[in-house]
Design a protein around this ligand. Structure first.
Ligand SMILES: *Cc1c(COP(=O)(O)O)cnc(C)c1O
Length: 364
């Protein structure tokens, strides 16, 4: 599903150079490399501020807390996401409320989200699952209509663009993860909050560093969630390759969309425009997923499930609030979805092998 060792030699050399640069600088946490990467990433997202943090989960928690969202407040989100999305809401002290998904895209259903709104709702955390950014005019209108904050979980949607605007720039804040397997990943944990709002950015800067305003003055109780120089420096090098890598992901997805024809397999809806999907993952659905996965394995094709157990079935979340009509579409997706290999180091032959293997599957 990923092959870091097959990355271009030039990129690996540049990363080693970045490591050397940091070691020789003698400054390791929150320094010039972090500031430089924050500026570049904010600018790529089309916003004024980027605040480097420890990981993507902290980016969501810090964005919520910087917006004064916490105990007593409800935050609507999707159960079809990485557990971190919901854990971040809980860590901020707020109450997550799960809305169902649209089966055609596996993204949050606006109808279901409307049913989850109450007088306590303060925000919606929209997850750009698999790399898809959709209907952002609708979601911006939704947050305006209910007077709630829009926070984007962009951990799977690095620089996905919808009508000329980049993921993370639509609402109050965007949360990025640079975990190794993400479209832009560090060789370790890293994340960022992006925002247009200076006050929010300043508060996020305090929150990531114990709630410290100036050295040894703590104005609130924050986290230790700082970005390391070594990761920022390597991310700066990796960013130079991102658009090329994203283009390759789109080519692979295009080949899958055109090449996969199997009555036992369904594809998700095509993106509203080409740039609105960065294919962090290429997910399909199949009623006989287990048999399909076994078949693919026999054909030497790896696959993963994102995600097999929805949040409301996780042990600590059994009593979590959700849409009163239930989460049937999410249940169905969790039982049938499968992610095919889709990463920039795949060759055309690799892609053809996946297509042939998928098309060769016979449902029983
Ligand atoms: C990876 C991911 C996160 C969490 O990011 P970390 O850096 O691992 O904390 C949050 N949300 C989604 C949708 C993710 O894919």
């Amino acid at each position: 599903m990923n092959d870091f060792k097959a990355e271009p030699h030039e990129l690996r050399e540049a990363m080693l150079g970045a490591v050397r640069r940091v070691l020789e600088s003698g400054w390791y946490v929150l320094g010039n490399e972090v500031v430089a990467f924050e500026r570049q990433w904010a600018s790529a997202c089309g916003v004024k501020h980027g605040v480097g943090v420890g990981n993507g989960m902290d980016a969501i928690e810090i964005a919520l807390r910087a917006l004064d969202i916490g105990p007593g407040d409800e935050v609507i989100t999707t159960p079809m996401t990485a557990f971190a999305t919901v854990l971040a809401i809980l860590r901020a002290g707020a109450t997550p409320v799960l809305a169902d998904i649209d089966p055609k895209t596996a993204l949050l259903s606006m109808e279901s989200a409307s049913r989850c709104v109450s007088s306590k709702t303060k925000a919606i955390v929209l997850v750009h699952l698999y790399g898809q950014v959709r209907s952002m005019d609708g979601w911006v209108a939704f947050s305006t209509k209910y007077g709630i904050q829009l926070i984007e979980d962009c951990a799977q949607a690095h620089l996905a663009t919808w009508r000329g605007k980049v993921a993370g720039s639509f609402g109050a804040a965007g949360a990025y993860s640079f975990y190794p397997t993400k479209n832009l990943g560090a060789p370790g944990d890293a994340g960022m909050v992006v925002t247009q709002d200076e006050t929010l950015a300043q508060r996020a800067c305090r929150l990531r560093n114990y709630g410290q305003s100036v050295r040894y003055h703590h104005t609130e109780l924050g986290l230790n969630s700082r970005l390391d120089e070594i990761h920022a420096a390597m991310l700066t090098e990796r960013l130079k390759w991102l658009s090329e890598f994203t283009e390759r992901r789109r080519q692979i997805a295009k080949a899958y969309r055109a090449g996969i024809h199997n009555p036992a397999i369904q594809q998700l809806a095509a993106p509203e425009e080409a740039e609105a999907h960065v294919y962090h993952l290429f997910a399909i659905t199949c009623e006989q997923r287990e048999a399909l996965q076994t078949h693919l394995q026999q054909q030497h094709v790896q696959s993963f499930i994102h995600y097999p157990i929805p949040v409301h079935h996780q042990e600590p979340c059994r009593t979590i609030q959700h849409d009163p009509l239930g989460l049937a579409a999410c249940e169905q997706h969790a039982a049938t979805c499968l992610s095919l290999p889709c990463h920039p180091q795949m060759s055309d032959d690799d892609v053809a092998q996946v297509v042939a293997a998928v098309n060769g599957f016979r449902a029983r």
